[in-house]
Design a protein around this ligand. Structure first.
Ligand code: ADP
Ligand code: MG
Length: 255
């Protein structure tokens, strides 16, 4: 058995009095595409944000390629923060793409993709721009390298955001509704980039209402409802004969 890319164990997340994730257990296999589906408010974004350590879990643990992220927890539930340097190295394995592209408006596509390579990775301007250009080629935007976000379509902006994440050489990519703010005719180009990435063997967790993408590219479907995983399994099991009434109800609204 290989080490899971992500192992989530008894993950609980509360905001004040409200418990949003109720003890999630989940394995994300390396090299696979896992699609996280579920109704609005079921906790998909919160789960993804915990995996990226943008939110701290209240209880439970998340291990990235076998290394515990953020906090260890013993059998008595005592939690201990791991060192900042170690945590930074673990987090660096994760790239994330959001519904909102969050590009810097005053920087070109090339600038957006190369910025962190220069400031965080201390690469020379030339090396950073070469690496950034290679990622723009990959998402089919080499001809748009000098364009500012306002000069790009939503689909192109999201592809720049994907290139920006990929430039940091993550081992795992998390996507939170990457096409939800795009006009329908622009979703295809973003999904195609994600398809290519999957074909290269990238480990991906994708929150999306694009059921077609989940059915054709996803190897594992995870159905989240009210902060609990109600179902995990391959797409043929989910989409052929959903046995869970909540899952069936959910699919009825999206298929
Ligand atoms: P989904 O992505 O599935 O729509 P979310 O993870 O965004 O769901 O939200 C799950 C629940 O957690 C919602 O009820 C939401 O209001 C709540 N929630 C999310 N983030 C916060 C926060 N920072 N503070 C308080 N409640 C939050
Ligand atoms: Mg969400």
């Amino acid at each position: 058995m290989s080490v899971p890319a992500i192992a989530v164990s008894n993950l609980v997340k509360t905001f004040g009095e409200t418990t949003v994730l109720h003890g999630i257990d989940l394995i994300i296999e390396p090299g696979q595409v896992s699609c996280l589906i579920g109704p609005s408010g079921s906790g998909k974004s919160t789960l993804l944000r915990c995996m990226a350590f943008l939110e701290e879990a209240t209880r439970g643990t998340i291990a990235i390629n076998g290394e515990v992220l953020g906090f260890t927890e013993d059998s008595q539930g005592r939690r201990e923060r791991i060192s900042a340097a170690a945590n930074r190295a673990i987090r660096a394995q994760i790239g994330m793409v959001f519904q909102q592209f969050n590009l810097w408006p005053h920087m070109t596509a090339l600038g957006n993709v190369s910025e962190a390579l220069k400031t965080v990775h201390k690469m020379s301007r030339k090396a950073a721009e070469d690496a950034a250009m290679a990622q723009l080629v990959k998402v089919g935007l080499e001809a748009r390298a000098g364009h500012y976000p306002s000069q790009l379509s939503g689909g192109q902006q999201q592809r720049v955001a994907i290139a920006r994440a990929l430039a940091l050489k993550p081992k795992i990519m998390l996507f939170d509704e990457p096409t939800s703010s795009l006009d329908p005719e622009l979703t295809g180009e973003v999904l195609n980039v994600m398809r290519d990435l999957a074909a290269e063997g990238m480990t991906m967790v994708v929150v999306s209402h694009e059921i077609g993408f989940a059915a054709t590219v996803g190897q594992q479907i995870i159905f989240l409802d009210h902060g609990k995983v109600l179902f995990t399994g391959p797409p043929q099991e989910v989409f052929k004969k959903p046995r869970n009434p909540r899952l069936e109800q959910f699919l009825d609204t999206y298929l």
